[in-house]
Design a protein around this ligand. Structure first.
Ligand code: NAG
Ligand code: NAG
Length: 140
C-alpha cells in the first residue's frame, strides 16, 4: 500500500514538474480571430462548439470575426467552422475545419489564435516560429 501511494505521488510530482509547457492551460482564456484576407471575395463563416453556436457571419475583405472562451477542465474544447466563398469563376469553395482544439492549439498559439483566410486556404499563427502557416488548404 505504502509503496503504491509513493509511486502515485512520484508520478504526480514528475508530471507537475515536467509540464511547464501546459501550465495554465486549464481554464485559460483564449481568443480566436478569423480574418478574411481575400481582397476579391466575401467569406462566410459559421463556427460552433458543443455548447455554443456563434452564428453565421459574412466578412468582406479585411473584416474579422473573433470570440473568447475558456478551455474546459478536460481539454475537450473544440470549435469547428464551416466556411465558404465563391471564387472568380463563381464556383462555391467550402470547407469545415477544426479551428480550435485545446490540446493542439495551446502549443500552437497559446492565448491568441489568429487565422487569416486566403485564396489557397486557412492560415494559422505559429507561436514558436512567429509565422503564419497554411493549415487547411481548400478542397480541390
Ligand atoms: C483580428 O485580426 C485582424 C487582422 O490581423 C486585426 O486587424 C484585428 O485587430 C484582430 N482583432 C482582434 C479582436 O484581435
Ligand atoms: C455562390 O455560388 C453559389 C453556387 O454556385 C450560388 O448559389 C451563390 O448565389 C453564389 N453567391 C454569391 C454571393 O455570388
Amino acid at each position: 500500500m505504502m509503496s503504491m501511494a509513493f509511486v502515485i505521488l512520484a508520478v504526480l510530482a514528475s508530471e507537475c514538474s515536467s509540464s511547464k509547457e501546459s501550465n495554465g492551460i486549464v481554464f485559460a482564456k483564449v481568443r480566436v480571430n478569423m480574418t478574411n484576407d481575400m481582397s476579391q471575395h466575401t467569406l462566410t463563416i459559421h463556427c460552433k462548439s458543443d455548447d455554443d453556436d456563434l452564428g453565421e457571419h459574412a466578412l468582406s475583405y479585411g473584416q474579422s470575426f473573433h470570440w473568447h472562451f475558456k478551455i474546459d477542465y478536460f481539454l475537450r474544447t473544440l470549435f469547428t467552422c464551416d466556411m465558404w466563398w465563391n471564387d472568380s469563376s463563381g464556383k462555391l469553395v467550402k470547407g469545415n475545419y477544426d479551428i480550435y482544439q485545446a490540446t493542439r492549439d495551446w502549443k500552437r498559439c497559446r492565448r491568441y489564435c489568429s487565422f487569416p483566410i486566403r485564396v489557397d486556404g486557412v492560415y494559422g499563427f505559429m507561436r514558436e516560429t512567429q509565422t503564419f502557416v497554411l493549415v487547411y488548404p481548400w478542397p480541390k
